[in-house]
Design a protein around this ligand. Sequence first.
Ligand SMILES: Nc1nc2c(ncn2[C@@H]2O[C@H](COP(=O)(O)OP(=O)(O)O)[C@@H](O)[C@H]2O)c(=O)[nH]1
Ligand SMILES: [Mg+2]
Length: 217
Amino acid sequence: MKVKVLKNITDMNDQLAARNKDMFAGKGILVINVMSSPGAGKTSLLLKTIELLGDDARVGVIEGDIASSVDAEKIAATGSQAIQINTDGGCHLDANMVASAADGLELDKLDIIFIENVGNLVCPAGFQLGEAKRVVLASVPEGDDKPTKYPFMFRDTDVIVITKMDYLPLSDFNMESFRKTVLGLNPDVKIIELSVRNGQGLDEWTAWLKSNLLKGK
Ligand SMILES: Nc1nc2c(ncn2[C@@H]2O[C@H](COP(=O)(O)OP(=O)(O)O)[C@@H](O)[C@H]2O)c(=O)[nH]1
Ligand SMILES: [Mg+2]
């Protein structure tokens, strides 16, 4: 019985997510669902991305957190549109929350929307939001075993960004083992090794974003 209720919830969510996806595509906006554990570097990467894209793309951000508007304030300080969703304890965003947040954005002025999901490697994986692409961040200090422990998150994503690569020389992170595990789960996934501190991988990241923009610039 429990299983059936859960399935109904995810079916309803998927329907609304499909509606969001059509709406965003109709407006020519590339929507990216950004997921990771807390502190892996989502907000830092989004701030750097806004800086690097400059006039090439107008960025909006939907920030999902259990509480506070800390991240939305950081994004808004760049001049980009930002809207905060507080889930009040919920461990992931859902399509309904994203639809409401989108109502608060000036969509006609955006080329990309990043949705920064609630930080954890479990619940966000099961909920479509209406995104065109999924990006999962895994930071070097978290260790190379996270894809083994949380496979769903790494299986169903378009890109895995290995963040904080500047920590690599100080750590026992085994890149070969990490890559082998994620490619076993998700053979077509794009892996980008990146650091916002030393700039590694940022060109590759922005090139991937630009190649996925829906509106020609
Ligand atoms: N050394 C280093 N620190 C980083 C990097 N990216 C983020 N951080 C730091 O990691 C912490 C968490 O980053 P944040 O972007 O808030 O992570 P989020 O919770 O995933 O949004 C902050 O103190 C950042 O300055 C990086 O590439 N290298
Ligand atoms: Mg954040």
